[in-house]
Design a protein around this ligand. Structure first.
Ligand SMILES: N[C@@H](CCC(=O)N[C@@H](CS)C(=O)NCC(=O)O)C(=O)O
Length: 320
């Protein structure tokens, strides 16, 4: 009897934990669904290019060889900056508290990787959250930089960017707009897609539980019960965000982003800006799930994604 009660408690907590990786509002929806699943449903031109004020268009049939040459020159110069991007960021100890599959954490990771900021990662157990017991702020990501706490992905990125580029002009309207689009639209399109069918929900929870901080038992329980619960929750999320066809909305978002590039290699011109890093960051964990494969197969986003992958490069994570 005692054992079965304990088992049920573990099950519920594990399911909730699995869902926590998808965000606080979904966490609340999952808890509601668990309570009542039925009810819820050195030329000036080149210097302008390099400063990001102008951009070389992606060579295409209409732009031809000259466009390709200009793009290649600009990209080569930009590439020379490789390795020194985060040079002004002087910190001895950077620690990211995260859930592996959390889109907000992945935004911060894409930034750290792109700027080659060496960092340790502490995977938070979403049930006990014991790794962040010391913090009043109870969400992830949390970034500790030499003992100073930073909360909230966008605020973290703004603060790090300010340290790296102290003299830079504030971000432009376009960059701000698309960063907002990631937080207010793109992240909401992801969950209905990665939990769209029972098998996709299982695939996602397999990823979450193998990359997350779960004990052996928690992993087993969370994988199956989490997948089942999030499958139900995703139907509620669809309704909440007025989504009828999950894939259509995902493809539309990918196409919207490619249109936003306006033929440039990146939204930032010849180099990725914070909007590029945000879109890439939230898409990276889903890229090799069925939804990410479908997105690349059915839209034009693949070229930009691959370019971003090369620009961001290897993980700057240091193993402890
Ligand atoms: N606005 C925050 C949102 C962070 C957030 O909602 N994180 C989720 C994980 S994806 C979380 O920690 N939820 C609370 C929980 O797990 O209890 C940000 O951008 O960092």
């Amino acid at each position: 009897m005692t054992r079965s009660i304990r088992g049920a408690t573990t099950l519920t907590r594990a399911v909730v934990a699995g869902a926590a990786a998808t965000g606080a509002s979904q966490h609340r929806l999952l808890q509601a669904a668990l309570r009542n699943p039925q009810a819820s449903t050195s030329s000036p031109w080149l210097s302008e290019v390099l400063s990001g004020r102008r951009w070389p268009l992606i060579p295409s049939a209409s732009h031809g060889v000259a466009g390709a040459r200009l793009l290649s020159a600009a990209a080569t110069s930009a590439a020379r900056e490789e390795g020194s991007r985060g040079a002004k960021f002087l910190a001895d100890d950077v620690v990211l508290y995260q859930y592996e599959a959390c889109p907000f954490c992945n935004k911060v990771k894409a930034f750290l990787d792109y700027y080659k900021i060496s960092h340790k990662v502490v995977e938070v157990n979403p049930m006990s959250k014991k790794e962040i017991k010391w913090s009043d702020y109870k969400k992830v990501p949390i970034l500790m930089v030499d003992g100073n706490q930073m909360n909230d992905s966008s605020a973290i990125i703004d603060q790090l960017f300010g340290k790296i580029h102290p003299d830079d002009v504030p971000e432009d309207e376009e960059e701000r707009k698309w960063r907002g689009w990631v937080d207010n639209h793109l992240v909401h399109v992801l969950s209905p897609n990665i939990y769209r069918t029972p098998s996709e929900a299982l695939e996602s929870f397999d990823y979450i539980t193998t990359h997350g901080n779960f004990s052996f038992m928690e992993r087993l329980v969370a994988k199956y019960s989490g997948a089942a619960a999030m499958y139900l929750v995703s139907k509620k999320l669809k309704k909440k965000h007025n989504i009828t066809d999950e894939r259509a909305v995902l493809y539309e978002a990918a196409e919207t982003w490619v249109d936003a590039l306006k033929g440039r290699p990146y939204c930032g011109g010849v180099k990725p800006n914070l909007a590029d890093l945000a879109v890439f960051g939230v898409l990276r964990p889903i890229r090799h799930l069925q939804s990410g494969k479908d997105m690349v197969d059915h839209t034009r986003i693949g070229e930009w994604y691959d370019r971003m992958q090369r620009a961001v490069g290897d993980s700057a994570r240091v193993m402890t």
